[in-house]
Design a binder for this molecule. Structure first.
Ligand SMILES: CCCCCCCCCCCCCCCCCC(=O)N[C@@H](Cc1ccccc1)C(=O)O
Ligand SMILES: [Zn+2]
Ligand SMILES: [Zn+2]
Length: 478
């Protein structure tokens, strides 16, 4: 399976070996990046001082990237960065590496070390952005810097797009870069973004880590529910208030999960691929989903992460009502955040929700909505997917399971969907369930080893992408 053939004569491969000094510089550069609090608060509301400082910082720590003649650097939307790395062979279609420089807020409370300290403890670098997503920003530029220092000249052109507002929708960063590329007529072979990892310990009976490459991404619907009632004196209350009506409506939504979509796509494909890795009887169950599908589907619902893979999830995230202790509230509002399964559409979810609420006094306002992303190819012919597989094999020889999956969150890559059919969301680092909870949570940290390996992966990946070989189809023997 995978990429085949020997290409024509080309520059010798540069080994991914880094000196002790380079390894120290690498981790110190990441720490410096963590110390710049590039926080996004709301759309259009960011720490602009920090974002500007970050722009200066990458110029200082990656001087070769900025002075190389075949690399064009542009600032887009004031704080996002687009690098165009011109390859020597224009016949090869370019690809793009994505990451974002902004982070979610991190109040000090609960952290073992201050979240913007970038402190190293017991082999880990702590801080907001160490997993989401300054690790990728820095690793991409670091790998390129190290390649350039070794006189690397790419054959295939590629872009590096670093958004500054991914955490609040990407409207000023990714969307503007995407529009710029579209205006230039760019079409991409594939994109690699954040969104999945080498998962370690997510499936109880699977004792080894597996790489999940997300080939699709859930959509979203932010729906505001509102109830208006005539206000009055609380000493003579009506039978129902706006708060009571709305509370009952959102409670119905919480108590009525949207349909389990297991059986219509990727999770089944993933479990079938994993089946042989389990011992009896789980291997039999996963390889015979035609029979055990209903059982597996119910088991998936029991865990909150696997539940998110099989259905559109419902999260009540905001509730606002009441103006005074003795006034019947004129209005109650609540916001519900749905993450839409790739087998459903925004419209379908809206219909289901209205039927569950089933109360004409509740008004629905769509704040914003985004359809799920199409499923990118993961077959033998899919260049981006096969390049990730190939690079995994050499950098992580111990990881022998690679499976396509769904990204349960949203990423900047969704803004580039019209530029390519191949979007792969994958960070080449190990992630445990505890580390998963630290993303947007507390004590986010990355091991120095994990970070070094991420740099190595990208260093290898960029060279692997220089292939002019289309992935070969595998001939199966009958
Ligand atoms: C069978 C076992 C499978 C186990 C599956 C485990 C899945 C774990 C994968 C970890 C996914 C981590 C995702 C990281 C990317 C986070 C991106 C993010 O937070 N995006 C925001 C973007 C956004 C969207 C809209 C408004 C504001 C921000 C998000 O909320 O989705
Ligand atoms: Zn992120
Ligand atoms: Zn995030």
């Amino acid at each position: 399976k995978g990429l085949g053939g020997k290409g024509p004569q080309r520059a010798p491969r540069i080994p991914s070996e880094f000196s002790p000094e380079e390894r120290v510089t690498m981790k110190e550069s990441l720490k410096g990046a963590i110390q710049i609090p590039t926080v996004s608060f709301n759309p259009g509301e960011y720490n602009t001082t920090a974002l500007a400082e970050f722009g200066q910082y990458i110029r200082e720590v990656f001087p070769t990237v900025f002075k190389t003649s075949f690399i064009q650097h542009e600032v887009v939307g004031e704080y996002s960065h687009l690098f165009t790395v011109q390859g020597s062979d224009p016949s090869l279609q370019p690809y793009m590496l994505l990451a974002h420089i902004d982070v979610v807020p991190a109040p000090d409370q609960g952290w073992e070390v201050p979240p913007f300290s970038g402190l190293e403890r017991d082999g880990f670098i702590y801080g907001r952005g160490t997993l989401d997503n300054k690790n990728s920003v820095m690793a991409i530029l670091q790998a390129l810097e190290l390649l350039l220092i070794r006189n690397y000249i790419p054959r295939r052109s590629f872009f590096i797009a670093l958004g500054h507002d991914e955490e609040v929708s990407g409207a000023n960063g990714a969307q503007k870069i995407s529009a710029l590329l579209q205006a230039r007529g760019v079409q991409l072979a594939f994109i690699v973004d954040e969104g999945s990892f080498i998962l370690d310990g997510f499936i109880p009976s699977l004792n080894k880590p597996f790489a999940m490459i997300s080939v699709s991404e859930k959509g979203s619907l932010n729906l505001m529910l509102q109830v208006n009632m005539t206000p009055g004196h609380s000493s003579a209350p009506p039978e129902e208030t706006s708060i009571g009506i709305l509370a009952a409506a959102v409670s119905r939504l919480e108590q009525t999960p949207l349909p389990n979509m297991f059986g219509s796509g990727l999770p089944e494909m993933m479990l079938q691929q994993l089946a042989t890795e389990f011992s009896f009887p789980v291997n039999i169950v996963f390889s015979n989903l035609w029979l055990f599908g209903p059982l597996v589907s119910r088991l998936m619902e029991r865990n909150y992460i696997t539940n998110a893979l099989v259905r559109t999830t419902t999260a009540i995230t905001m509730f606002k009502a009441g103006i005074k202790v003795n006034v019947i509230p004129p209005m109650a509002q609540s916001t519900v955040n749905f993450r839409i399964h790739p087998a459903q559409t925004v419209q379908e979810v809206l219909e289901l929700v209205k039927n569950i609420v089933a109360d004409d006094r509740v008004q629905f306002h769509v704040l914003n909505a985004f359809e799920p992303l199409p499923v990118s190819p993961s077959d033998d012919q899919a260049l981006g997917y096969q390049l990730i597989r190939q690079t995994l094999q050499s950098v992580f020889p111990e990881v022998n399971i690679v499976a396509p999956g769904i990204c349960i969150a949203q990423t900047d890559s969704r803004h580039y969907a019209h530029l390519t059919t191949g979007i792969y969301r994958f960070n080449p680092i190990y992630l445990t369930p505890q580390e998963f909870r630290s993303i947007h949570g507390i004590n986010e940290k990355i091991s120095v080893r994990n970070y070094e390996t991420q740099v190595k992966f990208i260093f290898e990946f960029i060279q692997n992408a220089d292939t002019d070989q289309e992935p070969v189809s595998h001939l199966h023997e009958l």
